[in-house]
Design a binder for this molecule. Sequence first.
Ligand code: NAD
Length: 346
Amino acid sequence: MRIGVIGYGTIGKRIADAVRLQEDMELVGVVKPTPDYQALAAARKGIPVYAYDEKSLRLYEEKGLPVEGTMMDLLEKIDVAIDASPGGKGAENKKLYEEKGLRQIYQGGEKSWVAEASYNSLCNHDAVIGARSLRVVSCNTTGLLRLLCSLDKYFGVEKARVTIIRRAADPRELWRGPVNTVSWKNLGPSHHEEDARTVKPGLDLIVTSIVAPTTLAHIQIHDIKLRETPGRDELIEKLASTPRILLLDTSAYRLNGTGAIIELARDLGRSRNDLPENLVLMDSIRMEHGWLRIIQVVHQESIVIPENIDAVRAMMGKKLEETLPVTDKTLGLLHGVLDAALLAKK
Ligand code: NAD
């Protein structure tokens, strides 16, 4: 598959790097409208960069940054457009992709109608095989669905009540706040409820979401009513066997906040301190009165990257078992309880 990544920001640059690690995919180029420091770094990596239009092409040329042409030139050379432009822009780009007969992948900032189906690897991969367009749901919805679909498979999920403490901005987004307040846009139903149901129809889910002045990660506090009531050990064992779920013993390793968790990613040598796994805080797990309490951390900048790679393979006709292990191996993802033995396996 010849791939173009349209939009080279937080998500696009990570998708581009992930595509370059896949043997069955070729990154033909990325579209980056502005020749800023991220374009400079792309040039350093040897990634073919395309400007957005003629005006943006001239900006690249004035700076002497390598540029291959415009977005329209890139669209001539690819089979799949992975759109990682800001929410809403993907829908505007869609008509160009359609004109060129391209397969399309969109991100969670787009409305669900932009694609044939919304997507999460652990929920509906095999149901969307052969689709020509898919939308990978947002970072919080991806984290939420990986957990709920897995628990549903093991024990049945009757309902879930989730409180999300959202990060206010990504680290480089100087223009977003808040700086010194906890805020909310809407204390009624959160958009994550509908978003999750685009992948898992009928899910009984209530989400409350507030925004905290941090850039590092989201925190999700789940209260889940399961149909069966497993013991804590059985629950941990099942979660530990689930791909893309990494259990952190926070008290044993003094992982006492998102700052420590991101520092761990740095210390492990993760590229861009990325943690695309669901980071389940093991000490939070408890079963009371038939309700499971579980808290997880979601690294918003990286969690959707493996799903984008699997979505390409869904379009190539590959089943989940033919993509997920390959994606996780090439991206170096871990699952299980994080300890010395798990790290020694890598
Ligand atoms: P971003 O602003 O970091 O990057 C967007 C990129 O697209 C930039 O390079 C920008 O110059 C470029 N661009 C702007 N207009 C364009 C256009 N018309 N056509 C092509 N490219 C254009 O955005 P992001 O945070 O990477 O978000 C991209 C998508 O991913 C959105 O749908 C967002 O909702 C979703 N998403 C973001 C996060 C996150 O935490 N940042 C997490 C999950 C999903």
